[in-house]
Design a protein around this ligand. Structure first.
Ligand code: SAM
Length: 217
């Protein structure tokens, strides 16, 4: 049976993980962005999942052009409203991409066409392993052959949050790590460490094996 003190400590550990992820988005975004955007296509269709307040979205908007599509998926209604007023309120960006805000869970997204690039801002280590598995499957379904999925996490994130968590917490985080390493096995994985962050982050870029895309390097 789960003890009340375990639940309290698990909430602290999960919150520490989420907080680290959000702080990275706000305080350290430039070095992470530079690496996250490595496979951002010069033109095409792009999805950002978990756009939050839009600190990464801003960079995506600036990098894309008229004729491109940028979809922002955010489950939190307050953040979604903020994204709409920040990026779509005047409804017209003459030289920028078409921007659509989806206020929903990524699992409910049904895009009319697959994406060239997905950038995920979800803090995977804060979720249940089954949910992470469903999200990764959904990403695969929504990507074009040769498309890229990019996301970041902190180096040592598990080690940093473990001391706060109960045995259940550690088991959950280990199960998430296992789901992710299974996913990596069937794909090309490039991982880049971003030492300019405090703490250092690692950005992962994934593409299908035998996909028809090139790294562009
Ligand atoms: C760590 S934050 C990302 C911060 C963001 N990069 C920014 O600049 O503010 C993760 C975001 O994912 C959103 N989120 C969580 N679960 C989601 C889901 N199932 N579908 C879409 N967004 C989700 C949260 O509401 C939160 O805004």
């Amino acid at each position: 049976m789960t003890k009340a003190s375990d639940l309290h400590h698990d909430r602290l550990a999960a919150e520490a993980g989420r907080r680290l992820h959000a702080d990275a988005a706000i305080n350290n975004r430039d070095p992470i962005l530079a690496v996250l955007g490595r496979h951002l296509p010069a033109s095409g269709t792009v999805l950002e999942v978990g756009s939050g307040t839009g600190s990464f979205s801003r960079h995506l908007v600036e990098s894309l052009s008229a004729g491109d599509v940028l979809d922002l998926c955010e489950i939190n209604p307050n953040f979604a409203e903020r994204l709409r007023s920040r990026f779509t309120s005047n409804g017209h960006h003459p030289n920028g991409p078409q921007i659509r805000v989806y206020e929903d869970s990524v699992l409910n997204l049904e895009p009319s066409e697959p994406y060239d690039f997905i950038v995920s801002g979800l803090p995977f280590n804060s979720f249940e392993p089954d949910f992470v598995s469903s999200v990764l499957t959904k990403y695969t379904e929504m990507l074009k052959p040769g498309g890229y999925l990019s996301f970041f996490e902190y180096l040592f994130i598990r080690e940093l949050t473990y001391p706060f968590g109960s045995k259940n917490y550690r088991q959950r985080v280990s199960a998430v790590a296992e789901v992710m390493s299974q996913y990596y096995k069937d794909r090309n994985l490039e991982s880049e460490t971003v030492l300019l962050n405090i703490p250092p982050a690692v950005v992962h870029h994934l593409s299908q094996l035998n996909g028809n895309g090139s790294s562009g390097d």
